[in-house]
Design a binder for this molecule. Structure first.
Ligand code: ADP
Length: 296
């Protein structure tokens, strides 16, 4: 089998994994893992242990450092399973992140989705006393995501989330006739809504939610920050909903506010603008139709 990792990278990963786990490790097999949108994903293993590695250009190290910090914060919350991050760095011309390998299984078990609902609600109970944001910027997909702390959610959503995505889309030539109207309407649209700044996954589309072969719910590939929990829920509905058991259990653990169905379109607009910025194409017209819906 052709090696996926160059020699310098394979050697550095072996050393680093050995060092952080306190048990010597020498990569014996390397296998490509499919399913990602942004990075090259590889399973590395010796005769007894396996790890999940993502690679990108060396200048993308900060993206992996932020992913490591996000995974660590979620892991340390002891609420929902995420892969334990081990290390990241640059070697052999690439940036890398290494984390625990998880055997991802079928998405069939209703009970696992019920537990995911409960556990996500528990993660959302972890709150920040610094307001909305995070201690560092990160990325959503490959797009930079600004997380400077804000006291008010309405300001955060307008200035740190929708505003930068609109600016990037504008620079790429998109035309949003109702952009200014929408930005000005945000205080009205979020009036009376005062969420607690909660630990979020931040990129929780259904493709980042799995059940392990052992039946344990797990969420992957976060864009962590502290914000309105409804934004995580909204994204689970954007590209195909999670099984109903998830929503029932979430709602039983942490009742979903009656204003959520209105806000969810405003929240998912962020991800559709981001998809335009990442992939272009018809996402601009989808964003325009969402804006019409929000303002109607
Ligand atoms: P990207 O950052 O490129 O979007 P992901 O983090 O989504 O990549 O990972 C790509 C795929 O690899 C996932 O869809 C999943 O199938 C698999 N995967 C991710 N993390 C792990 C892990 N810790 N163990 C095993 N497989 C994983």
């Amino acid at each position: 089998m052709a090696a996926l990792l160059n020699e310098a990278l394979a050697e550095a990963l072996s050393q680093e994994i050995g060092r952080v786990t306190g048990q010597s490790f020498q990569i014996a097999t390397q296998q490509s893992v499919s399913g990602g949108c942004i990075n090259q994903a590889i399973q590395v293993a010796d005769s007894s242990r396996r790890f999940f590695v993502k690679l990108n250009r060396a200048d993308q190290l900060a993206m992996f450092e932020a992913e490591r910090d996000g995974l660590k914060e979620m892991y340390d919350s002891r609420s929902i399973r995420v892969p334990q991050p081990l290390c990241c760095g640059v070697a052999g011309g690439s940036a890398y992140i290494v984390m625990e390998w998880l055997d991802l299984g079928s998405r069939q078990s209703g009970d696992a989705w019920r537990r995911m609902g409960e556990q996500l609600a528990a993660m959302h109970q972890c709150t920040s006393d610094r307001g909305f944001g995070w201690h560092r910027d990160n990325t959503i997909g490959a797009t930079p995501q600004k997380n400077k702390w804000c006291d008010r959610w309405v300001d955060f959503w307008r200035d740190r989330r929708l505003g930068p995505q609109f600016s990037m889309a504008h620079a790429k030539g998109a035309h949003f006739p109702q952009r200014d109207e929408l930005m000005n309407a945000i205080p009205r649209l979020l009036k009376g809504h005062t969420p607690t700044a909660s630990l979020l996954h931040g990129d929780l589309w259904s493709g980042n939610a799995f059940v392990t072969t052992a039946g344990e719910p797990v969420i992957l590939d976060p864009a962590t920050y502290y914000g309105d929990p409804e934004t995580d829920l909204a994204m689970t509905e954007l590209f195909g909903r999670l099984p109903e058991a998830f929503y029932q259990a979430y709602n039983a653990a942490s009742p979903i506010d009656s204003g959520y169905p209105q806000r969810k379109v405003l929240y998912n607009l962020y991800h559709i603008l981001n998809h335009f910025n990442l992939f272009g194409g018809s996402y601009a017209s989808q964003a325009n139709s969402m804006m019409r819906q929000i303002l109607s």
